[in-house]
Design a protein around this ligand. Structure first.
Ligand code: NAP
Ligand code: HSE
Length: 430
């Protein structure tokens, strides 16, 4: 094998993360040769708008809007995909792997749906496919799950894995900021996806949980297997009640390997203020992992943004470069050797926060309690406040109950005239 002094790289996309990758590549230049035994050089950058991109790079001659110039260039060893989306990113990655090029990507949309297939293609062609940046931005979590923690039976991964929604909820809770204003700032700071619906509806977090579950449990969990609920229904009232009761509302991802199957879900959750995740604020993310040997481990850091994400991307690029130097690319195969069933959301067991508007008259509270009781839902706490006119607002915190039973109780409420509406249903930690 001929040792390479220069490893040629192609960058696909020059947006938030692409810019960060470009900057980190330059910052690392002085020490690259000593760290890697070779120098990385960006040979091509694929963009859509050459004129717009020319302002962002030192040498505009590296820019192209023609994928063929990259795929047909045999001197390119590593393709860094930071365009996002399922297509054409999926086709480009597959073609690059088939052409014997190593790939590093931050694309969770793609990995959460086609990860197994793309890892198989990488193994078939003896090249690497790495995607650390696809989960929790700058936090190293994929590599620890694949390597450092691989001698564990991991039973649970739980955490805050979306920077945009954590930023929005933190601003709403700590500064009383309006939802739309907080989302606009998160977008401006480069945290949000091209279409922020993916963030606020919990889809981005769902993709990340699917990727982590697949690696942690050695069983393929795809985005479609994850129950997702976002933060768009969380109101100022819910945040105020949570504060009053000593809690904070966070968008949490939870995956558990249970005897009944894999539980995979993303939804808002009320956490006690004393919980370590309650203090994870702004664009920070945190991931808890429970393994049989290691017990609990927590990973914490910036979950989104230009430079933190570029840190994760470039860490992967360095690893690939070292593998190229040692002639050992192609060892990143799909580790899903089990086929575990997926548990339905109705079968999970949790505590719940219910906020409902009811008629303010004698016996209503007793009726609510009796409907819940008849459906095996036990009440842990109740708060009642008079609102306007003849109505009152009741907040009920339940004990742990199977979700199906709670939903049966809600169906009964729908047919009762004394219950005007159930305006919030939020799962509660514990
Ligand atoms: P972004 O700012 O929207 O950048 C994407 C760039 O790719 C844009 O400049 C876009 O060009 C370009 N692009 C899209 N399709 C293209 C095509 N067919 N040919 C050439 N260029 C194309 O997005 P980003 O925030 O950098 O995210 C990139 C990826 O990283 C996504 O997969 C995202 O999920 C992931 N990620 C992002 C973060 C973060 O904090 N932002 C963190 C972790 C992972 P135009 O400007 O012309 O649209
Ligand atoms: N939109 C994502 C977030 C980027 O807000 O967490 C990091 O994956």
């Amino acid at each position: 094998m001929m040792k390479k002094d220069v490893i040629q790289v192609a960058l696909l996309g020059l947006g938030t993360v692409g810019n960060g990758v470009y900057k980190v590549m330059k910052l690392q230049e002085p020490e690259m040769a000593r760290k890697l035994g070779a120098v990385l050089k960006i040979k091509r950058i694929l963009v859509r708008d050459l004129e717009k991109a020319a302002k962002k790079v030192d040498d505009p001659s590296v820019l192209t809007n023609d994928w063929q110039e990259i795929i047909q260039d045999d001197s390119i060893d590593i393709v860094i995909e930071v365009m996002g989306g399922l297509e054409p990113a999926g086709t480009y990655i597959k073609e690059a792997l088939r052409a014997g090029k190593n790939v590093v990507t931050a694309n969770k949309d793609l990995i959460a749906v086609r990860g197994g297939e793309l890892l198989d293609a990488a193994a078939d062609h003896q090249v690497d496919l790495l995607f650390e940046a696809a989960v929790a931005g700058g936090i190293p979590i994929i590599n620890p799950l694949k390597n450092s923690l691989s001698a564990n039976y991991i039973s649970e991964v739980m955490g805050i894995v979306n920077g945009t929604t954590n930023f929005i909820l933190s601003k709403m809770t700590e500064e009383g900021m309006d939802y739309s204003q907080a989302l606009a700032i998160a977008t401006e700071l480069g945290y949000a996806e091209a279409d922020p619906t993916a963030d606020v509806e919990g889809h981005d977090a769902g993709r990340k949980m699917a990727i982590m579950a697949s690696i942690a449990f050695h069983s393929r969990v795809t985005f479609q297997d994850v129950y997702t609920e976002g933060i768009t229904k969380i109101t100022e009232q819910d945040i105020a009640y949570a504060k009053e009761l000593g809690w904070v509302i966070k968008l949490l991802g939870v995956v558990k390997n249970t005897p009944e199957g894999v539980e995979a879900r993303v939804h808002p959750m009320l956490l006690p203020k004393s919980h370590p995740l309650a203090t994870v604020s702004g664009s920070y993310n945190a991931v808890f992992v429970h393994g049989d040997a290691v017990d609990d481990v927590m990973f914490y850091g910036r979950g989104a943004g230009e430079m933190p994400t570029a840190s994760a991307v470039m860490g992967d690029v360095f690893e690939v470069a070292k593998n190229i130097a040692c002639g050992i690319t192609g060892s990143t195969h799909c580790g899903c050797y089990k086929k575990l069933p997926i548990k339905k959301i109705d079968d999970i067991v949790s505590r719940y926060f219910l906020r409902m508007e009811v008629e303010d008259k004698p016996g209503v509270l007793a009726t609510v309690a009796s409907v819940l009781g008849n459906n095996s839902v036990s009440i842990a706490q109740v708060v009642q406040k008079a609102t306007s006119g003849d109505d009152a607002e009741i907040v009920v915190i339940t004990d742990r109950v199977r979700e199906r039973h709670l939903k049966d109780a809600l169906l009964t409420f729908e047919h009762m005239s004394i219950i005007k509406s159930v305006s919030a249903l939020i799962r509660v930690y514990g």
